[in-house]
Ligand binder design. Structure first.
Ligand SMILES: [Zn+2]
Length: 280
């Protein structure tokens, strides 16, 4: 154990080291830079006349122009990344570091009447595997479009119910953590696209029920599921605020609610970050 004073000095040093240079302290950094598992790292790529390309862990990442003609990489950090690790974004032959901090996610216990949704049978498992494959491919879409807005609109007006990252136990058995954000809203509520985009996948899946994927550009993707009705088709251009479907309880759901995933560079991240509702 360190004495109290040394500990607070150590903490201060850590905070100082983790701080971004002053020039990167734009509103994008202030609002989106939450470098924790399930969060986002905003990495300064410096000034350039043309948009630089950037990758992290071999995958292309979203690059946007900031004030003063600087460019920023907006990197999604999956929940599986170890806290405390040093990471590097590659851009134009340079390696730009960021450090992943820590975040504790709570547990949630859920009771399902349908035991098959906890322990699917062999046919279900085959179906689940195929559906996962199709959805992962959608998340890996990287179109050259610049997103219309990084700060997203709420897809529905309503209170948040289940948060992102919650460790979930269904009928006592641990399953994947909650990869999105839930809103408590009645069945039939219209779901509005939080930014402009293109519909890249729709389907009716074992766990997710009726599902819509909207590509906002450069790997920035929204997914809505458990819908009662889908109002779009693959290839549709959706304006910001355009209705993609209605709230329901299809798939593995205990009742009607709106579930929203946000993905960056194929990493599911906390949608709360983009609606300024992130809690550390
Ligand atoms: Zn959910």
């Amino acid at each position: 154990m360190l004495p109290l004073l040394s500990r607070s000095l150590a903490t201060a040093a850590l905070v100082f080291c983790a701080a971004l240079p002053a020039y990167a302290d734009s509103y994008i950094s202030r609002l989106l830079n939450k470098p924790v598992p399930g969060g986002v790292a905003v990495v300064d790529l410096g000034p350039a006349a043309q948009a630089p390309k950037a990758t992290w862990q071999g995958k292309p990442v979203l690059v946007v122009k900031d004030q003063d003609a600087r460019w920023l990489a907006i990197v999604g950090i999956p929940l599986s990344v170890k806290p405390g690790t040093s990471q590097q974004v590659s851009s134009g032959g340079r390696n730009l570091p960021f450090v992943v901090g820590n975040k504790q996610y709570p547990e949630q216990r859920i009771t399902l009447k349908n035991q098959r949704q906890v322990n699917p049978n062999p046919d279900d498992l085959k179906r689940i595997e195929q559906e996962l494959d199709v959805q992962v491919r959608a998340y890996r879409t990287f179109s050259p479009v610049t997103p219309s807005n990084l700060l997203l609109d709420k897809p529905v007006d309503g209170p948040l119910s289940s948060k992102f990252g919650v460790r979930r136990f269904f009928n006592g058995e641990e399953r994947n953590p909650h990869a999105g954000l839930d809103f408590a809203v009645p069945a039939g509520t219209p779901i509005k696209s939080p930014a402009a985009g293109k519909v890249i996948l729709i389907g009716n899946y074992f766990f997710n029920g009726n599902t819509v994927f909207v590509d906002h550009g450069q790997g920035f993707i929204s997914m809505f599921c458990h819908m009662s009705k889908i109002d779009v088709k693959v290839g549709d251009a959706v304006p910001r605020g355009g209705v993609v479907g209605r709230v329901g309880s299809t798939g593995r759901a205990t009742g009607p609610h709106m579930h929203w995933n946000v993905s960056l560079n194929d990493a599911r991240v906390d949608p709360a970050i983009f609606i300024n509702a992130f809690q550390p």
